[in-house]
Design a protein around this ligand. Sequence first.
Ligand SMILES: [Zn+2]
Ligand SMILES: [Zn+2]
Length: 539
Amino acid sequence: MNIIETKDDIIVIDAGFQFVSEGSKAPGIDYILPNTQYLEERKHKIRALVITHGHLDHIGAIPFIMERIGNPPIYTQYLTSLMVMKRQEEFPQLDPVDMHVIKEGESFTVGKTHIKTFPVTHSIPDAMGVCVETKHGDVVITGDIKLVHEDGEVVVEERASWEKVGLNNNLALLCDSTNADRAGFSASERLVFDTLEEIIKNSTGRLIIGTFASQFDRLISIIKTCEAMGKKVIMEGRSIKTNIEIALQAKLLEVDPKVFITAHDINNYPADKIVVLSTGAQGEEFAALMRMATDKHKFITLTERDTIVLSSSVIPGNEIAVQKLKDNIYRKDVKVVNYQGSHVHSSGHGNAGELVWIHQAIKPKFLIPVHGHHYHLKNHMWAAVENGFPRDNVAVCDNGNILEITNGTEMKKLSVSAPVESVLVDGFTVGARQEVVLRDRLSLAEDGMFVIIATVNAKTGKLRKSPDIISRGFVYLRENQQLLSEARVLIKKTVEKQTERMNPIDLELVKDDLADVVSGFLLQKTQKNPMVIPVLIGV
Ligand SMILES: [Zn+2]
Ligand SMILES: [Zn+2]
């Protein structure tokens, strides 16, 4: 999410969420939302939410944040609007969104601000860049981009579009950095389409293609190829089905509906006529591909005659899950085609060479690398500087940083930041407060828990009997009887020493003290710090 603010207006660009991978130390958390506190405090100034394209890292937060930021009108192109609306259906309690569908390259005005858009190439149709006009020039936001090129030569149509934007007085460029750490130009998607087409044409058994639902263009191209070759497509995975439904509705994909069959009917067709499009190439445990690989799929069991194409790269953080998936697949002795060994994947994001080409086409005064981790942003900056962009005119920011451009000549990072404390989505709960829950989960995962249940005589403060102890994930109790009996003695002593001086007896106070004492004892004995939960019952 980027925010452009002038004296009169605030324009918000994109509202995505971040997926949480297994390695990210956030058990049970589904995704992380942008913190919108800065916007909530300035709701009255927000004129529009402009969405560059329909990927979840650009639209995912919309249902969660629209109400908080005052339901501003949304401006985006047709396919993206369908994807946003489709997600809204899952949240029927929300007010309807005020959707303004704009055509490719269209301009519009919100508040006092004029906004131009221009088409860009990414892995999904209807992706656009945005130019927000200000008194001192345009702020250009690329969204996610790559360039269509032939061996590093940008094709005419692509070149014309960027050069047209370059004719404006461009003050600042916020440019995609996702693949800025890769040199040169990225592999072209055309090559991927051609390779996949070859594989589909030549397959003599069932073909299973694992890919991302977000690779919209690729899904469309595969289905069209299948239709042309007289093959049947089985879609496995809800996100793929949803996106194909949307593509059909938007008429981006026009095929005979008979090209699709369900997994249920897989055995009614010859093996060489079957192509399965499946989610789960990142090793997601419950996705279709993993279910097939572990014999848990209701209709599809892998055999040696099948070919699996893994048409996606591994997202950092998913390495272990992908490794597990691969082992499971290879156990089936199927034929595997990887993206490393063949051109079956290319990214939707341009490499450093493409980014530099874009800087030179746009000719902005200031450059602000966006999207990606800090090292991507820095790589982006160095690529620009090496190619003559003045170092002082590049700002590498962290989440929440506020850049101020004065009189169109000076850019500085303010010492204050917008709040960035993560807002977590955990099932149906949304909020920054989830941090507390998360801390507990991590502590439970590391050291387990230790529950003390004791019955206290409410008059005398003495324990009725030896306290019960339940522990999970801490130590194996049966083999630690000595520790347990020492703990019991300590618990009895601590409770009775406390209650002795109390009149009346306040078990809440006793509980806090008991937790501290027992934690200290366990830490000293085991070097572990389990969550200690005392339950004291006064009778
Ligand atoms: Zn994207
Ligand atoms: Zn993105």
